[in-house]
Design a protein around this ligand. Structure first.
Ligand SMILES: Nc1ncnc2c1ncn2[C@@H]1O[C@H](COP(=O)(O)OP(=O)(O)OP(=O)(O)O)[C@@H](O)[C@H]1O
Length: 413
């Protein structure tokens, strides 16, 4: 009798085989950890369904590879298929469900935007549940920095499941086609990012960090319109043209009502590894930056190493601290005392409050409104009330202060 005869109940053999498999990211073996949800054998075809909700630190890829490796050697088994169940107790959390959204942008490529976004996410992951989205459709490299690979699996409803990487969820266009250079442009790029954003079945709902593409193109602007960003961080190098471009980018974001938190000045100096002497890499002064400097980072080879979720990097603590303070401030946003607060009101009382307060003013007096939506359309209404052209309602400064509080500041013409 050949030694490869299939056993009476092949599922038992598969289960026993899997109970001998352990991974560094899982506390016990795959069966005891509750990862093996279902085993199905038809002839020589084996299907193993894995559920990673009980092992948040396990990467689906590592688990699937381990399952395939050990089960395809089982006598009688020729084809092995591993499927992942819809994860988590509350699968498919929406973008709106995130408590905080932080986006990282830059005017130019290559200034360290992805490095900052990725390290910010991994540092924040020490205290929070963090998800990281790579929206840099033209040069996605978050997955490379973290050394995370696809394939990306889908829920039963076809929603892409983010890769769980050491407790942090990661998603991005780079994961969909790991080794294929993406050449998406314009509308196609926008659609790809937008779809992925809208459909991803996040499990976390605390903090989302987004690595935006460089510049202020279509993907950046539509992403910022579609996603309720709490705070935007702009990365720049301290070089004159870089600062000029960054200032232009910041102005554009402010015009769009994006809450720009501040800037990270990257690669500001290089400390000689031999003599310890710091050397400025650029001589230009960052005083010209139009945003607050949240952190200044040196050129440091350590930043080229793979960041690990949950591991704090001393150099990033300043930045992370500034962002956490801002997130706390957002949670307790108080409108200025002189502002007309129209949040939560129906359309008619909103208009009445604005009209009464605006018509009370003398020419040149400041008018401030706090709204729970973008108050830009109010300009036309104010112009009608003052019997002027909308352009005469000037200045017209709209700032988003929290996910649901916009401040409009203008003066009576
Ligand atoms: N402070 C730093 N010290 C040393 N190396 C750095 C630093 N910041 C970034 N780098 C390195 O510079 C390179 C570019 O960084 P990164 O990919 O983060 O830039 P980027 O602005 O996201 O670029 P792109 O927009 O083109 O994707 C990477 O190899 C990264 O490791």
């Amino acid at each position: 009798m050949p030694a490869t005869d299939p056993p009476d109940d092949p599922r038992t053999v598969v289960r026993e085989t899997l109970s001998d498999v352990s991974l560094p990211s899982v506390d016990s073996d795959l069966v005891s950890a509750g990862i093996v949800a279902e085993i199905d054998v038809h002839g020589s075809d084996l299907t193993v369904v894995v559920d990673l909700s009980s092992a948040p630190n396990a990467s689906s890829e590592n688990v699937m590879t381990a399952v395939i490796e050990v089960t395809e050697d089982i006598p009688g088994i020729e084809n092995v298929q591993v499927e992942q169940t819809t994860p988590g107790p509350d699968p498919g959390a929406n973008l709106e469900d995130f408590e905080h959204v932080i986006a990282v942008a830059s005017a130019k490529g290559g200034v360290g935007k992805s490095t900052v976004a990725t390290r910010l996410a991994t540092t924040l992951a020490a205290d929070r549940e963090v998800a990281l989205f790579d929206a840099d459709v033209h040069g996605p490299n978050v997955h490379r920095l973290l050394e995370v690979e696809g394939p990306v699996y889908s829920t039963d409803d076809g929603e892409p499941i983010p890769i769980s990487h050491q407790g942090m969820e990661v998603m991005g266009v780079g994961l969909l086609e790991s080794d294929v250079p993406l050449a998406w442009r314009g509308a196609m790029a926008h659609d790809a990012v937008s779809d992925l954003f809208g459909e991803t079945a996040w499990r976390s709902d605390d903090t989302l960090v987004i690595d935006l593409p460089p510049g202020t193109g279509d993907v950046v602007l539509t992403t910022l319109q579609e996603v309720p960003v709490d705070a935007l961080v702009v990365v720049t190098t301290p070089f004159e043209t870089s600062i000029t471009d960054t200032n232009r980018t910041i102005d554009l974001f402010l015009d769009e009502g994006v809450p720009v938190l501040g800037a990270v000045v990257n690669m500001a100096e290089f400390v000689c590894e031999h003599c310890g002497e710091p050397n400025e890499l650029f001589t230009d002064d960052v005083a010209d930056l139009s945003a607050e400097v949240l952190a200044t980072l040196p050129f440091d080879r350590d930043f080229q190493e793979r960041p690990v979720p949950g591991e704090t990097t001393p150099r990033f603590e300043e930045l992370t601290g500034a962002i956490e303070a801002e997130l706390d401030a957002l949670a307790t946003y108080e409108p200025p005392e002189d502002a007309v607060d129209i949040r939560g009101l129906d359309p008619e009382p909103r208009r009445d409050r604005v009209r009464e307060a605006f018509e009370d003013l003398e020419s040149g007096e400041q008018f401030r409104v706090v709204s729970d939506r973008d108050p830009t359309p109010v300009r036309q209404y104010l112009a009608t009330l003052a019997e002027v052209e909308p352009a005469a309602i000037d200045p017209f400064d709209v700032r988003r202060k929290s996910p649901d509080a916009w401040e409009l500041t203008t003066v009576y013409p």
